[in-house]
Design a protein around this ligand. Sequence first.
Ligand code: AMP
Ligand code: ZN
Length: 465
Amino acid sequence: MRLYNSLTKRVEEFIPIEEGRVSMYTCGPTVYHFAHIGNLRSYICEDVLEKLLRFSGLDVKRVMNITDVGHLSSDADTGEDKMLKGAKREHKTVMEIARYYTDAFFSDCAKLNIKTPDVVEPATNCIPEFIHMIEGLLEKGYAYKAGENIYFDTSRLKEYYVFGNQNEDELMVGVRDDVTEDTNKRNKNDFVLWFTKSKFEDQALKWESPWGVGYPGWHIECSCISMKHLGEKLDLHCGGIDNMFPHHTNEIAQSESFIGHKWCNYWFHVHHLNDETGKMSKSKGEFLTVSLLEKKGYAPLVYRLFVLQSHYRKPLTFSFETLDQTAATYKKLKSRIASVADEGNVDEAALKEWHDKFVQEVGDDCNTAMGLTLLYDVLKSELNGATKRRIIEDYDRVLSLDLLKEDEEEAVDDELRAYVEARIEERAEAKKAKDFARADAIRDELASKGIMIKDTREGVVWSRA
Ligand code: AMP
Ligand code: ZN
């Protein structure tokens, strides 16, 4: 497997620390609203990456956090607390909001065939771990107390701007114009580890700590949750590109200061999905969700295919026109696969050869578009039907497009057909026995379900009303 590593800015051979095993961490959602399809682009690409690692023979342990506390839009104790904003909007408690949108997130993921990570940990579960790390950072002199909050001291680091050579202007990314600087901070890029005095006096979730009752800052959760389940050395860390700075930069700063050595070897960042007017954002209020796509008649897996058609390291623009094209492609692809008869003996050597080809090509920096090309190559090949179907089944472990699954509509039709035909037979028996009342009752029963039957010379025919 080869992977672009944001740390080194190069595509590199992916070599896990422990042979054959991968520890993988993913920044999870902030659960104050539905995930938009931009967020889900990131989760689809990360799902493909996890499945690809498994497909290439590695054992993966994947952990994801749920941000159900805090999350300010800046490190300066300004901007807005997203969870609090969600709770106010819906007149619910922060925990009710968190629970509702966590469930909604996993329901969207299920529709998109995104596998749930092995461990999913809400931030509110890990307050003792956060406190432990902050205490360690204070002891080692990497943190200080000011204005009753605890801050990370970025001036103590030899290297802070790990992700690229950002200049001062670039460092302003993520900081909004209306944000005033927090005067407690010694250095501009210092960030809060623990708040006891925040402008959010009505913050609902607060915990006892050695520094008074308060709540954690924005970044500490990912370092702690990752270390809790994956130890002090991590192979792979994923997130959307907007997480690179300051979130991931700060995760690295606090983690490596705490453990005293390098923390994570590979960083995987998914570029943004934009709509035609620009970046998709939850805070704009109106955004595209999986449910909205469904309401408009698109199967969620059409959106998964839409994402797989492009490379994760390129920005992607969403439009309904392109989605329509993808819907047509998906339908054609599925019916083409459905027409492949399950005939002949499976050619095991060919199966292995095509499997290896997929690892080679798609494993070259998660080239999902190449995976789709290979799929068409299989269909075009001279292989027998049974072998083709087995290879497609194999590829679908990564692509997860339900390629061999019958369309639900057709499946329902099969069920309906069986039911109607059984009733028609029963009616014929009733007629034969001159039980006309029974025969009419069966006709009425079918009519009540929208099924019309007609006696013709060729026998009984039926149709939907
Ligand atoms: P959030 O719920 O805001 O914490 O974001 C969840 C994930 O979605 C993070 O990994 C973000 O980096 C990612 N993300 C946010 N906006 C987009 C977008 N427009 N396109 C792709 N990924 C995004
Ligand atoms: Zn994170």
